[in-house]
Write a protein that binds this ligand. Sequence first.
Ligand code: OAD
Length: 440
Amino acid sequence: MTTNQKTLLDNSGRSNIDGDSKGNKKKILDPPTIESVAQLIKTGKAKRIIVMAGAGISTAAGIPDFRTPGTGLYDNLQKYNLPYPEAIFDMTYFKENPEPFFSLAKELFPGNFMPTLTHYFLTLLYRKNILLRCFTQNIDTLERLAGLPDEMIVEAHGSFAKSKCLKCKKFADAAWMKEVVNKGEVPICTSCRVGIVKPCITFFGEAMPSKFFLRLGDFQVCDLLIVIGTSLQVQPFASLVDSVGEKVPRLLINLEKVGDIELSDMGFDFEGRHQNYMRDAFYKGTCDEGVRKLAELCGFKDELLKVYEEGQESLIKEFGKIPTSVEIATKVEKKIKAELELTVDEIDQLAKIFEEKIKIKSEISEEVDQMLKEFDELKEKKSKDKELLKEKGNENKSNDKDDKDDKELLNVKEDITKSDKKEEEKGEKEELKDTNFVMI
Ligand code: OAD
């Protein structure tokens, strides 16, 4: 297991859910069960829910997970003669030996996969306006297919939806990619004719997608964390569990207990022995059973079943049959194109916030303040002069002086703009430093 000791975010433990004090242990979930979690949702106390998902939410769709002994993907890769199972998603290995990955991609690519009840549960939380974000490790894009909009999803390990040349970085056509992969060949870029075209899945040793970092702030405002269908063995994703505040309740829905603090220095404290607050609950069962139970306890089970049935019906109607993953990819590609515009906006917005923050903190901001002060002083002087000149009735002199002052004002403004630009560049550099996390 590769769990990090370090959390990605320093958090302040912000939550509007207070625990009562019994002895030394404050109980946020009393008792620490799925029932107590449901109560928080039902009473409107949990309304910024983050869901962290893994392969377990898609096994009911027919896609194997990775680590379940026997059925998991990593137990069934013998035919590829890998040095170790994870090598199939290892960048260094892939560059030398892309064939095993593409044999596997062939098996995964043309599958007929429909979203599960759990995927529709996410959609329902979104429609109820209580889903803050879904962070998924899955590359199957089923969250999107269940109707969750792009801005609600962080595909932490990328997805099959897009493919890119490793050499010239050009995106490949989804239909072409499918054709080549289906033939069992390694796709070589039609543009530069040398680079291998790789689906945009985050391999071990590769940087996480920028969206992952852009959305990390969600964990500081989250008021309920639901972790579902994951072994929490891959970093940095797994450490996000510890990125919510210490008072934020956390529910694990999984076939097995994972991420237990008893076994490492971080994670869930189901027994309430290590953390200040009793706030972790475990529901042992399948993801679909878990969300059905949760929906039932919250009083919206029928709504969930309706969303599920209608969702499946509309997909079959739209595609005339259960869609293949390439049809899903094409649909998703369209959505992503729309999202790119959004992302640029988001980046702009973030840059502004960043710039603002740095302005307040940095030394240069003092310079800017000084300039602004001078600017105000000049303005004041100018208006006083104007008054004086008016009194003297000297129009010509006034015009000359206005011109001179205007120039001075312009110079000061220019200086301020330059200084702001410096700030922006500094902000971008800081952000790039942050995105150096790679998947391990
Ligand atoms: P794993 O296979 O590691 O873990 C799946 C977890 O889900 C296990 O704990 C199972 O017991 C549980 N599980 C399986 N089916 C379930 C079901 N129907 N209901 C409830 N629980 C179920 O999968 P992930 O944690 O998602 O990387 O794996 C993380 C990453 O490791 C993946 O994203 C993948 C892999 O290397 C890439 O694809 C790049």
